[in-house]
Write a protein that binds this ligand. Structure first.
Ligand SMILES: [Zn+2]
Length: 429
């Protein structure tokens, strides 16, 4: 029986706090900013001019995305960038227009499906609503309820074959209940307005998703497991924040250390706050201009830069071994994973693999590999998108989990901390 270190246990408990504070991508970006401002970072606005960069610690939030970076005092126009990338969004349900619905004495919420959730995992859980409300003066406020909704499963007595073929109709059987009464005399948005301390009559727009209300928990023999909603990909976001906080103290590396957290990975990244948008490229250019770089110097800096794109991957599942590669079988608790795919669904290549293994060795962390079974299509993530947009060397990594896209996913406590140690190594050396 393996056990976890006190540092890894502390990291997992802090991740539970981070997830609880981050029920939507907007909350996650704000929580990253809050933590880094507490650690001495200065928040910049995109529509203002930025201060001189050498020796600076800055961040900028764009909707549900956030970029944060540390510049060494010795930085020049050709200083490269080391990016640790992750994403702030997770599969969920998202409020439709006119979300207050219901019938037969029940209040229900009108929802769309965001990304690719395991629908059955959302049944019989208390859910929060969270996201942003946009008011009549154009300002956006964060709003999140406590447990408010539930998607109740039909009793086995009313569907004797439920255990043989549970399948949910994506429209008629996914509308959660949130109270009793008539929808004509209720207002779901008022629940959010109340939390945000604003008048519901001022709401002119919103982006609101559901999140599991249950807190993340450590369990299992030796406390090796950590279960929580939104581990995909808040586990990586949190590891990156913890690493950047540690690395920023007395930072004297030969590169700029940057955390890049994007929204909308689960729906393809093609948005202004997604990895396929211009956010990262634009911010790197502004930082480089702050170092006096011309175009030639910018290209030289990018040629020596790295992006480590971190997202969750599949641990081998003991009940479904045939779904995995017969030889390469990462498992929880044996370290972060290097993700490899011949068709470049992951950006990793031989050069990236060697670099990743070097950072792991320097951090004293074991690493595993992930590759798909040839009969199972491979997922993708922000790595190939970032590599294509910026042309910088990129490697796809992550932590192994089970239950990916469930409302509550399962990770290994030691892997979470180990990922953060390797990210710190990337930032520092
Ligand atoms: Zn992901």
């Amino acid at each position: 029986m393996s056990a976890v270190t006190a540092a890894a246990r502390f990291h997992a408990d802090d991740l539970a706090d981070f997830v609880a504070a981050s029920p939507s991508s907007f909350h996650a970006a704000a929580e990253v900013a809050r933590r880094l401002v507490d650690a001495g970072f200065v928040a910049l606005a995109e529509d203002e001019s930025w201060p001189a960069q050498p020796g600076g610690r800055h961040l900028v939030v764009r909707d549900g995305a956030v970029l944060a970076w540390v510049v060494p005092t010795t930085a020049t126009a050709t200083t490269p960038v080391r990016v640790f990338g992750a994403h702030s969004d997770s599969p969920a349900f998202k409020l439709k227009p006119r979300p207050t619905t219901g019938r037969l004495g029940w209040l229900q919420a009108g929802v769309e499906i965001y990304g690719g959730p395991l629908l059955n995992s959302w049944l019989d859980r208390e859910l929060r609503l969270a996201g942003r409300l946009v008011l009549d003066d154009g300002t956006a406020v964060l709003a999140a309820t406590d447990a408010l909704l539930r998607l109740p499963q039909l009793a086995i007595h009313l569907d004797r074959e439920a255990n043989d073929h549970l399948a949910l109709d994506k429209q008629t059987q996914t509308q959660p209940v949130w109270g009793l009464g008539s929808p004509e005399s209720a207002d779901l948005l008022a629940e959010l307005a109340h939390d945000a301390g604003v008048d519901a009559a001022r709401i002119r727009g919103y982006d609101i998703v559901t999140a599991d209300a249950a807190r993340g928990a450590v369990f299992g023999a030796g406390d090796v497991f950590f279960a929580s909603g939104r581990l995909d990909d808040l586990a990586s976001v949190h590891a990156g924040v913890a690493a950047l906080e540690r690395a920023a103290a007395g930072f004297d590396a030969g590169h700029i250390a940057m955390l890049a957290v994007f929204d909308h990975e689960e729906v393809g990244s093609a948005t202004r706050s997604g990895a396929a948008g211009p956010f990262l490229a634009d911010v790197i250019e502004r930082v480089q201009r702050g170092l006096g770089a011309d175009r030639d110097e910018r290209m030289r800096a990018l040629a020596a830069s790295w992006c480590v794109s971190s997202d969750v991957g599949h641990s081998v599942h003991p009940n479904y071994a045939h779904k995995h590669d017969p030889v390469v079988q990462p498992v929880l608790g044996s370290g972060p994973i290097l993700k490899i795919n011949a068709n470049q669904r992951y950006a990793t290549d031989g050069v990236g693999a060697a670099a990743w293994n070097g950072w792991c060795e320097a951090a004293g962390v074991r690493s595993q590999e992930f590759v798909s079974n040839n009969g199972v299509p491979c997922g993708s993530t922000i790595g190939p998108i970032t590599a294509t947009r910026l042309g910088i060397r990129t490697v796809d990594v992550g932590i192994p989990i089970l239950s990916m896209h469930s409302a509550r996913e399962l990770a290994g406590v030691s892997d979470l901390h180990d990922l953060s140690l390797v990210a710190e190594e990337l930032f520092r050396r």
